[in-house]
Write a protein that binds this ligand. Structure first.
Ligand SMILES: C[S@@+](CC[C@H](N)C(=O)[O-])C[C@H]1O[C@@H](n2cnc3c(N)ncnc32)[C@H](O)[C@@H]1O
Length: 309
C-alpha cells in the first residue's frame, strides 16, 4: 500500500490517532530540536551519512557536475546544515573552481540560524551563493509554481525529512520535476527492517501520528518508484542508537530520547502505564535492538535512494 493510500484508509475509517493527553513532539519546536540533537549524540546517524557522502556520493556528483562551471543545488529539510556542508566539501574537492547556487528549504527558524552560523564559521565557501527559504516544502512548492520558475536543479537532497510532509510521494514527484537533464535527487530515510520499523508497526496507532508526522520508510518510497518505473539506486547505511538511558526511570536524557522515538512530547509523563510498558518492551525486542557490551543498541539503519530525472 502506498503512503497516500494508507493515509486515505485511515481518514475513511476515522482511526483515532492518539490519546488526547499526548502532544506531538513536532508541535514543540524547541523540545523537538533538543531531542534531535540528543539523538545525533547517541546515534551514528551523521557518521554513517558522512561515510556515504565521502565514499559513494562523489561518483554521483561527477555525473551532475562534469563540464559545468556552476551548478544549482537544493537542500530540503536541511536542519542545521552539517550534512549539506559535507556535500559541498565533496563538490569542492572534485571541482575546486565551481560556483554553486545553493537554495535551502527549512521551516525551523532555530535550525536555520544554526545553519547560517555554521556557514559563517566554515572556510572556503566564497563561491557558494546561499538562498534561505524558511518555510516547509509545500510552501516552497507553492511559491515555485506561482513564480512559474524555469530554473533547474542539478542536485537535490531530502535527508530524513519526508516523515514531515502530508504526501511523501507527491513531494518526491514535485522535487524530481525540478531536476536538470543529468540531475540527481538524494533521499535518505530509515530502512523498514529497523527498530523504527518494528516500533512504528507495533505502536503507530497509539502514538503521535498526525497528518504531518507519519511513518514512512525507504521501502514505501521504493515501492512507489518501482510502480511508476522511476529509475533509482539504493544503498543501505548501517547505523545504531544507544537507548540504554531510556530504561532508567526519571533519567532526563532517557526521557528526551524516548520523546524522539515515540514523537510524543513528555511521553514518560503523558502516556498511560500500559502504553509505556508496552513501548518499553517493544524497544527491548530483538526486532528493535540488541544488547552490546551491556548497552541497548537500537537498529537505526538508513537507506539512501538516488533518483534519476
Ligand atoms: C530529522 S531532521 C533532519 C535534518 C537534516 N537533514 C539532517 O539529517 O541532519 C528533519 C528536518 O526536516 C525539517 N522539516 C520538517 N518539516 C518539514 C517540511 N514540511 N518541509 C521541509 N522541511 C521540514 C525539520 O525542521 C528538520 O530540520
Amino acid at each position: 500500500m502506498t503512503v497516500g493510500a494508507a493515509r486515505d484508509l485511515r481518514e475513511r475509517n476515522k482511526i483515532p490517532r492518539m490519546a488526547s493527553s499526548m502532544n506531538c513532539l513536532t508541535a514543540d519546536d524547541s523540545r523537538y530540536q533538543k531531542a534531535f540533537r540528543l539523538f545525533l549524540e547517541r546515534s551514528s546517524e551523521h557518521q554513517c551519512m558522512q561515510e556515504f557522502i565521502r565514499n559513494t556520493l562523489p561518483q554521483v556528483l561527477t555525473s551532475i557536475a562534469q563540464g559545468k562551471s556552476s551548478i544549482n543545488v537544493l537542500g530540503v529539510g536541511s536542519g542545521s546544515g552539517e550534512m549539506d556542508l559535507e556535500i559541498v566539501s565533496q563538490l569542492y574537492q572534485k571541482y575546486p573552481g565551481m560556483t554553486v547556487d545553493y537554495e535551502v528549504v527549512e521551516p525551523s527558524g532555530e535550525m536555520m540560524e544554526r545553519y547560517k552560523a555554521l556557514v559563517s564559521r566554515s572556510p572556503n565557501l566564497e563561491k557558494i551563493k546561499f538562498t534561505w527559504n524558511q518555510m516547509p516544502s509545500s510552501e516552497f512548492e507553492r511559491h515555485w509554481k506561482t513564480r512559474k520558475s524555469t530554473k533547474k536543479m542539478d542536485f537535490i537532497h531530502m535527508i530524513q525529512m519526508l516523515y514531515y510532509v502530508t504526501d511523501p510521494d507527491a513531494t518526491v514527484a514535485f522535487f524530481r520535476s525540478l531536476l536538470s537533464e543529468n540531475g540527481k535527487l538524494l533521499i535518505i530515510l530509515v530502512s523498514g527492517r529497523t527498530g523504527w520499523g518494528k516500533l512504528w508497526k507495533t505502536h503507530h496507532q497509539d502514538l503521535c501520528s498526525t497528518e504531518i508526522t507519519q511513518y514512512v520508510a525507504a521501502g514505501e518510497i521504493r515501492s512507489h518508484l518501482d510502480a511508476n518505473g522511476i529509475r533509482y539506486k539504493a544503498h543501505v547505511l548501517q547505523s545504531t542508537m544507544d537507548i540504554t538511558e531510556c530504561f532508567t526511570p526519571g533519567d532526563e536524557k532517557g526521557e528526551l530520547l524516548l520523546d524522539f522515538l515515540t514523537e510524543v512530547s513528555d511521553f514518560s509523563k503523558c502516556a498511560s502505564p500500559d502504553l509505556k510498558a508496552s513501548v518499553m518492551s517493544t524497544l527491548r525486542d530483538p526486532g528493535c535492538s540488541s544488547v552490546v557490551d551491556g548497552r541497548v543498541m537500537f537498529n537505526n539503519n538508513l537507506e539512501a535512494l538516488i533518483l534519476y530525472p
